[in-house]
Unconditional design. Structure first.
Length: 366
């Protein structure tokens, strides 16, 4: 057990943006929401999963929709209390703790804000170990858990609670409502017991995000080691490409950000080209016509100087980035995991090959 204050939020937002693999929302927006709540209501207690009772009611809190929309359509502030009341009334009991459903600049921050405003603890666990675009893409689905009852509300006060036959149906229906509400909403989903959370959750995600964020913030303090090598060492990343953004093709469709970023090589990659395709999160990285990484492994773009993560909604012409691959949570590499989040689910005509194998076993340039 420990507390999350202003300093911790800075690092968690930065590290979670890296684990968001391009998605999960703008860390600056998420950070402001969480800091505002902690400043007004005080720090948040962070619990280790093993500190939560097996019969406790634990609720993930998240934003659903296109991350680009959130910059123009802010969170109103009453959404957390609305979600708490809807779920609590459904079960006829109080909620014991909140948790994030994924890692990302916004969706790692909203549960902190909710916990601060409602005086509840936050659990150091999530359902992805990264970010994915669709709500059924969580470890809890692999464990046979239902996403419903799922509560949804917008900043105007419209609210609905879903009870669906499958988690894919939850995604379809909730996405339609999200579109009607302007492209982004606040949700609580996968209500679970403490025992279920311990069995299927990705433990330590908040702590990992904080450590990554702190390491990125202090990356230049690495002594004689090159900052790039230091970044790859502490992140466990594989260098895929270094380039300048030459073009960004992006559209918002069905409450998702779809697109492709085209890169012209710089430094050791000068004269080569690459592109990364995304649906909220980065899905594939291709260098000189060869796929070098695919979902569910993490494909992250970071600034070549500061190693600050660059999300898909912040891609701009001329920006110089390093494309880095990070191995995913092991459960995603199982048959059940790949059926949910493998490349073929997203229409990519290739079998999943682990990042380590595609990179031929080394962290050096492909």
């Amino acid at each position: 057990m420990r507390t999350i204050g202003m300093k911790e939020i800075e690092d968690i937002a930065l590290g979670a943006a890296l684990l968001g693999a391009g998605g999960g929302g703008d860390p600056y927006v998420g950070k402001l929401v969480a800091m505002g709540a902690v400043q007004e209501c005080g720090p948040v207690t962070l619990l280790d999963p093993d500190e939560v009772a097996d019969d406790a009611l634990v609720i993930p809190i998240a934003m659903m929709g296109a991350p680009t929309v959130l910059g123009e359509k802010a969170i109103g502030g009453q959404e957390y209390k609305t979600l708490y009341d809807m779920v609590s009334q459904f079960y006829g009991k109080k909620i014991d703790a909140f948790m994030p459903i994924e890692a990302g600049g916004v969706n790692s921050m909203l549960p902190i804000a909710a916990a601060a405003r409602l005086g509840l603890p936050l659990v150091d666990v999530d359902g992805m170990g990264r970010a994915f675009p669709e709500l059924q893409m969580v470890t809890f689905t692999i464990g046979g858990m239902s996403a419903t009852p799922m509560a949804l509300t917008d900043e105007k006060g419209n609210s609905v609670i879903f009870n669906t036959v499958t988690n894919k149906w939850t995604e379809e229906l909730a996405r339609a409502v999200t579109m009607s509400c302007g492209g982004s909403v606040s949700v609580s989903l996968y209500p679970m017991s403490g025992a279920q959370m311990k069995q299927y959750g990705v433990k330590g995600i908040v702590t990992r995000s904080q450590k990554l964020g702190e390491a990125i913030r202090t990356v230049k303090d690495c002594g004689e080691k090159r900052p790039e090598d230091h970044f790859l060492d502490f992140s466990g990343g594989y260098k895929l490409f270094k380039g300048k953004i030459a073009d960004v093709l992006r559209e918002t469709r069905g409450a998702f950000n779809f697109g492709k970023v085209v890169l012209e090589g710089i430094a050791e990659d000068k004269g080569r080209s690459a592109f990364v395709e995304f649906q909220n999160e980065n899905l594939t990285a291709t260098v000189e016509g060869e796929i070098v990484a695919t979902t569910p492994d993490l494909i992250c773009l970071v600034d070549v100087e500061t190693f600050t993560p660059v999300t898909t909604d912040a891609l701009k012409y001329g920006k110089r980035v390093l494309v880095v691959g990070l191995p995913c949570y092991p459960l995603w590499r199982t048959e059940a995991g790949l059926a949910l989040v493998g490349p073929r689910y997203f229409g990519v005509d290739t079998d999943y090959i682990p990042l380590e194998a595609r990179c031929r076993g080394g962290k050096s340039h492909v």
